[in-house]
Design a protein around this ligand. Sequence first.
Ligand SMILES: [Zn+2]
Ligand SMILES: [Zn+2]
Length: 220
Amino acid sequence: MLRTSGEIDTGPRGNPDRRSRPVKTSVGFQCFSHHRWLTLLRKLGRCSPSNREAGMGVYEGGCLCGAVRYETLADPLRVTTCHCRFCQRATGSAYVVEPIFRTVDFRVTQGSPSTYNHRSEGSGKLVYIHFCAACRTKLYMTFERFQTSCGVYAGTFDDPNWFEIGDSNSKHIFIEAARHETILPPGIPAFSQHAMTNDGAPQEPMVFEEPRVVGRGVTS
Ligand SMILES: [Zn+2]
Ligand SMILES: [Zn+2]
């Protein structure tokens, strides 16, 4: 059920036994034991053996105070670095580094984040920002527009550098809103605004051959 913009769902607070039994979270999907999680995914045909089972990386993260913890079970589908005003204001910084995961490859393992629902000025769709009710750290976003994906605030990973950012899996978007004197790396596709329009039409990226200073309205 969708809420109007600006409403905060504080959700249930921490439960020390949350790993061992299913608990409805404020984002509408559930926390399962690891075994039950794998069983469900296989039954749905949506997952080959997980990274953990295959001996590959399972990467954990959490909020400042430690009340909310999460883990990812696969590499990100892609990594978006966004310079838009929403991301600047939400992070209190110049831009957000946002690895995108399938929601089936992401789960909350401890605590229960609260949710702030923000209506996007561009698309008119809701963005659900999940944060710790105790320390207010923002952890991840889910989307009305892209319901099988979630974007993690990269700085909340215990190791924020565990995933690669390269020309094949990443892009910079909304560079027209970038903070003055922002320097973009060469070789990474960059877009003035979104990489696609609201109706799904792809936009042509810019790819710089050398580091490029943007901001002050400089986009090419
Ligand atoms: Zn916290
Ligand atoms: Zn943004």
